[in-house]
Design a protein around this ligand. Sequence first.
Ligand code: PLP
Length: 363
Amino acid sequence: MLNFAVGPVQMEEEIRSLGAEEIPYFRTPEFSKLMLENERLMKRLMKAGEDARAVFLTGSGTSAMEAAVMNLFTGADRLLIVNGGSFGARFVKICEIHQIPYTEISLEAGKALTKSHLEPFAGQGYTGFLVNADETSTGVLYDMELISRFCRENGLWLVVDAISSFLTDDFKMEEWGVDAAFTGSQKALALPPGIAAMVLNARAAARAEAMEVKSLYLNLKDYLKNGERGQTPFTPAVSVLIQLNRRLKGIEERGLLEEQARIRRQAEDFREKIAGLPFEIVSESLSNAVTPLHPTGTDKDGNPVSAHRIFEILKDEYDIFVCPNGGALAESVFRVGHMGNLTPEDNDRLILAWKDMHKRGLL
Ligand SMILES: *Cc1c(COP(=O)(O)O)cnc(C)c1O
């Protein structure tokens, strides 16, 4: 199997074999030590301040999206949400469920966020800003410098879903004044799904501690309190946290820059190699995490090639996963991920499969 999905992604052999081991009991000084190290390393890789905190939720990335909204905002807030695809839409849904007033900045699929999108909302009494740094559904990386400046100038709390941009594109939590940011274990961390890691700056941690939250499981107060001694309020995905520790230490040893460069080279190699194939890249502002492609060709019967069909054929006949899109883009766009344990030779295998599909009149 070869996996170019955007999560879960291919894991290193060392990480996979750790996952095969017995799981230790976790209310121990040894596990606490590992968790405190995880917190220290997550903060450093997010480029957060010394006084920031990291907490680990056992849940997918969405658990962190919902926890951030519930623990930092109330019905008295007014939020701006960048909605450029299915993950922006998820923030909208979360605010709707929790009855937090919001305004959407809706972007067409593949479009970048510009100054003119933000200008109308300056000085309008908004209190918070929610954005997916990389809107993974369309592979659009938003301009975080622009967003950061806007939030500073207007006194907005800034919450960033960095689920697919953590490690793939630069992230400067403290410099950008990001109050809360989070990622999920199955994206560029290249671990099994199950852990969402969230970093809160000092004022966000203080706000979460003071918040009345109507949830047992997603009450960050308890995670912050237990985290002081390297523990979690409930049984966490222990094995994923052990794998996380190995992975974070590996990145620390090689250097964050090298990890980012490896993913960037994988993306650039892919984008060079698809020249001449019947695809169009549909994002104006590409992240290194993923390349969104629109098939431009016709099949042997003269019908436009379906993006979803390409996903199915690659899966069933070539043992290769790419990532299909849902909703309105299902037939017109699919994505190729660059995160995880992939090499330029893996890109070659995918290109060869497409050349073969072309020969068969399927592309
Ligand atoms: C993958 C992803 C999510 C959702 O993560 P789950 O782990 O599926 O809950 C949210 N936001 C972004 C930007 C993502 O890439």
